[in-house]
Design a protein around this ligand. Sequence first.
Ligand SMILES: NC(=O)c1ccc[n+]([C@@H]2O[C@H](COP(=O)([O-])OP(=O)(O)OC[C@H]3O[C@@H](n4cnc5c(N)ncnc54)[C@H](O)[C@@H]3O)[C@@H](O)[C@H]2O)c1
Length: 319
Amino acid sequence: MSRGRALVTGGAGFLGSHLCDALLGDGWHVVVVDNLLTGRRSNLAHLANEPRFELIEKDICQPFDAGKIDYVFHFASPASPDDYHRHGIETLQVGSLGTFNALENARRYGAKYFVSSTSECYGDPLEHPQKETYWGNVNPIGPRSVYDEAKRFTEAVTMAYRRYHKVDTRIVRIFNTYGPRMQINDGRVVPNFMKQALLGEDLTVYGDGKQTRSFCYVSDEVDGFIRLSKSDEHLPVNIGNPNEFTILECAQLVVKVTGSKSQIRYEPLPQDDPKQRRPDITKARQLLGWEPKVNLESGLRLTLDYFRKAVEERTSAAR
Ligand SMILES: NC(=O)c1ccc[n+]([C@@H]2O[C@H](COP(=O)([O-])OP(=O)(O)OC[C@H]3O[C@@H](n4cnc5c(N)ncnc54)[C@H](O)[C@@H]3O)[C@@H](O)[C@H]2O)c1
């Protein structure tokens, strides 16, 4: 039985493409709108012959009409630090104009709406671990503000459409997620370490490597999205893995999983780099019965083949 038509903005990206797979598996017809700024057609190549799937190449910062839809999943936005530094203005635009346009589609068709927000809303947090009730510690004019403030604005517009236009909204705050289909050059910790380890290069650790992150495997993360999308909760919900690792521990695990001989090299810490990040997932546990199942070592092993192929493709293209 068809559940209806779901619009996924940013569906050609890492998380959006995995979400498309889950929605198709759940019986949805899926329409992706993506301008391929940071996403890739190859992330959706396996759906080329799927009759319940469409890809529309379009910038959602321009008003658009996706046709009759029942659910909007708004995932479009550069997400990795390298991408949002390179595309700072586009990041602010998609978080603001793009969010208005995605919400207008939901409003026009009376569709439900689900938006991907981020742990970056908490900035360099003074509360640890971070609960959804924490308002954050964000530098509004620093280099990361193009992303952090765009996402905080995204949440504000979403809540306003709920209050003023009665759109049925949901907000997920995603913590670092990794898995197949990440770009190997996007500057995020896991792809960086994987690429360096597989090429036998030194692994670059910024600062003393004692800053912490929590890493969630993509299948766990998407399971959280689906559960939240089916719930009635409209306030933000953290979805992420609460097992905290120092960056140094993560580097050591990557070396172990890849069997690499790479060494660790230390470099200065970038400005406003958060010192610690860990979701408090009590709300997701109680409300959605959700918790992550894949630990970091298993997740890295599940991702290894993908990174190996991606590194080989890049090396042979460079030859
Ligand atoms: N991956 C993570 O760990 C993480 C963490 C927190 C939040 N998020 C959020 O999840 C969402 C997806 O992240 P991702 O990791 O898949 O990033 P990604 O860069 O792989 O995917 C983003 C997609 O949005 C598309 N896009 C960007 N601007 C667009 C525009 N103006 N019009 C149409 N499409 C546009 C890109 O082409 C890309 O396909 C983002 O909103 C991001 O902020 C991700």
